[in-house]
Design a protein around this ligand. Structure first.
Ligand code: NAD
Ligand code: UDP
Length: 313
């Protein structure tokens, strides 16, 4: 049994990670400030003696004797990370410094939930880990992209300078149950709109692509990454290489929900990446042949069922 700290543990991905690590017999400390996370996501664990919730903001230091840290605290949806961009940078950068300081002090292993956004609007396709990216440092997405890039830098420097045992994963678009209906990301928006019979909002011409990963596949990849030996530090892409346009996604969601919703076209947000697809050969090689098991249709069916219940539809 390990004692594991999960920052951002009440969020969409973090709450699934809490469940899985508890199920494997670990003690879990879930730290969150509830900016985008919800008590509802972790409520079922509150009476579990091996689970502890700490309301705390990662921009200030936190101390606990732990063996492993998963650092997920950071709003991930553009509308939320752009709400207070200065705070987003502080969360990524000061959060990384505080958690790396803790890892150094208690000699814990620490995993950073980085992102495909470090590749920006990529000029190399699919994206492999050696690609340095094409990121606008002064745009509206920069608080998130550059914050996450700086966090990776800090992880590498704590490793080189202080020997901290680090792991960096770059997560590609992930969806599934427990996404907040008001989250603003494309999968939750389209499903909620389709279920409510509202217009489906396509930004731009809808031909931009993303590669969508179901949350259970990501959690499996994260845990495998944490278990790798010390020489594996990453970064390692974790995502599903099946790539879709937003028009294809909208059509699929309408079909699976039997919706009468119509598509409407709205302005494309500034610096919206045109394409995104992970090269996952490194994950295959380093994470015991990890690859995603759940493809889009199966994952959407599970997610639609969740939103139906969540919205009482
Ligand atoms: P989420 O918004 O549901 O979860 C983030 C959690 O962090 C929330 O519970 C929020 O309350 C918490 N948080 C935010 N700021 C905090 C702070 N200052 N102190 C403490 N807690 C704070 O988003 P998610 O999709 O679950 O993302 C989790 C992590 O994975 C994030 O770091 C995100 O950047 C990364 N990621 C997610 C995706 C994706 O597609 N979902 C893709 C790439 C990377
Ligand atoms: N998008 C869209 N309609 C929406 C929300 C998003 O067409 O209601 C588009 C968005 O412009 C982007 C893609 O869907 O091209 C993925 O957006 P999301 O915010 O989910 O993730 P990210 O852009 O960070 O990959």
């Amino acid at each position: 049994m390990s004692r594991i700290l999960i920052t951002g543990g009440a969020g969409f991905i973090g709450s699934h990670l809490c469940d899985r690590l508890l199920k494997e017999g670990n003690e879990v400390i879930c730290l969150d400030n509830f900016f985008t996370g919800r008590r509802k996501n972790i409520e079922h664990n509150l009476r579990n003696g091996y689970f502890e919730f700490v309301r705390h903001d990662v921009t200030t230091p936190y101390m606990a004797e732990v063996d492993e840290i998963y650092n997920l605290a950071c709003p991930a949806s553009p509308i939320h990370y752009q709400y207070n961009p200065i705070k987003t940078v502080k969360t990524s950068v000061m959060g990384a410094i505080n958690m790396l300081g803790l890892a150094k002090r208690v000699k814990a292993k620490i995993l950073q939930a980085s992102t495909s956004e470090v590749y920006g609007d990529p000029s190399v396709h699919p994206q492999y880990e050696e690609y340095w990216g094409n990121v606008n440092p002064i745009g509206i997405r920069s608080c998130y992209d550059e914050g996450k890039r700086c966090a990776e830098t800090l992880f590498m420097d704590y490793h080189r300078q202080n020997g901290v045992r680090i792991k960096i994963i770059r997560i590609f678009n992930t969806y599934g149950p427990r996404m907040n209906p008001g989250d603003g990301r494309v999968v939750s928006n389209f499903i909620v709109q389709a279920l409510k019979g509202q217009d489906i909002t396509i930004f731009g011409d809808g031909l931009q692509t993303r590669s969508f990963q179901y949350v259970d596949d990501l959690v499996e990849g994260m845990i495998r990454m944490m278990k790798t030996d010390e020489s594996v530090i990453g970064p390692v892409n974790i995502g599903n290489p099946n790539e879709f346009t937003m028009l294809e996604l909208a059509t699929k969601v309408i079909e699976l929900t039997n919706s009468t919703s119509k598509l409407i076209f709205q302005d494309l947000p500034q610096d919206d990446p045109k394409q995104r697809q992970p090269n996952i050969s490194k994950a295959d090689k380093l994470l015991n042949h990890w690859s995603p098991d759940i493809q889009l249709e199966e994952g959407l069916i599970k997610t639609i069922a969740y939103f139906k219940e969540e919205l009482n539809l």
